[in-house]
Design a protein around this ligand. Structure first.
Ligand code: ZN
Length: 278
């Protein structure tokens, strides 16, 4: 059941749209033994609404855009997609504000959001895992006026991070959501052609170069931590390194219990289990 999207205006970043609720059945995997529909309780819907509002506010904040533009030296070029290739941090800031002179008709695609899977991060498929650590966003269909819509499915592990009270884990949840939101920006009028991709194509030319989608997620996370006094402005590069700009190093989310300084060197390297995030 499609509901009309509502539009949330948040200052400099323009207008974002989202619809909160279960993913419509037609957005789920093809019917069969593995088909399922994520459901949310009223309590979850309220928390997810706060999560969305908080994340959109960060993406539209002056501090976020100042942090982005401060990366001109450290990350002079940011990979958007196989087609768009690279942009500078200042150009990426303009893109997010829908002020890209090359793409004047860019727009935020209305997006249905649903939680999926069990809250237990150790859950098996049989006990209700069903993608609880996943996060996906993509095209799902059209509304009555012919405009496309998308759907975002967020695993409950990310939801748990948002609500469990640990500030760093909450910042990771903001990272995940900001990353997924980045996939809802279309550069083509009346079509859903994602501005920022992290699948398909060739990827950045040099190892370690930032993907816009991952950089925006981690930058939102670090801007949040900065706003909470958890890191200082000069610790932004360290924060970006801890959580990643070319992937989301989600294993790091549990490495900083309350009070542990993020400016310290990250823990010894270990195999990163990248959170599925498309
Ligand atoms: Zn992605």
């Amino acid at each position: 059941m499609m509901r009309r999207p509502r539009c949330l205006s948040l200052g400099v970043a323009g207008c974002f749209s989202f619809v909160l609720g279960s993913v419509p059945a037609w957005a789920d995997p093809a019917p069969g033994p593995q088909a399922y529909i994520g459901g949310t309780t009223v309590g979850e819907q309220k928390a997810v609404s706060r999560w969305l509002t908080e994340t959109y506010a960060i993406l539209g904040s002056e501090s976020f855009h100042n942090n982005l533009k401060s990366l001109a030296s450290s990350h002079p070029r940011i990979w958007l997609s196989s087609w768009e290739r690279y942009r500078s941090p200042a150009q990426l800031s303009k893109i997010l504000k829908l002020q890209d002179p090359d793409k004047p008709k860019a727009w935020w695609v209305p997006t249905a959001v649903a939680l999926i899977g069990a809250p237990d991060k150790d859950a098996t498929w049989e006990s209700g895992y069903k993608g609880n650590a996943d996060a996906y966003t993509g095209w799902t269909g059209y509304v009555e006026d012919g405009k496309p819509v998308s759907a975002m499915r967020i695993g409950r592990v990310h939801y748990d991070r948002y609500v469990n009270g640990n500030e760093v884990e909450k910042s990771c949840a903001i990272n995940t959501l900001a990353h997924e939101i980045s996939h809802t920006l279309s550069h083509a009028p009346s079509q859903y052609l994602e501005y920022f991709l992290d699948t398909g194509g060739t990827g950045p030319e040099k190892p370690g170069e930032p993907y816009a989608s991952y950089l925006l997620g981690t930058l939102a996370q670090c801007t949040y931590l900065q706003g909470k006094g958890r890191i200082k402005a000069e610790e932004l590069p360290a924060c970006l390194a801890v959580f990643g700009v070319d992937q989301f190093k989600s294993n790091s989310c549990n490495d900083y219990p309350d009070g542990t300084p993020l400016r310290q060197a990250p823990p010894p390297p270990r195999v990163q289990t990248a959170t599925p995030s498309l």
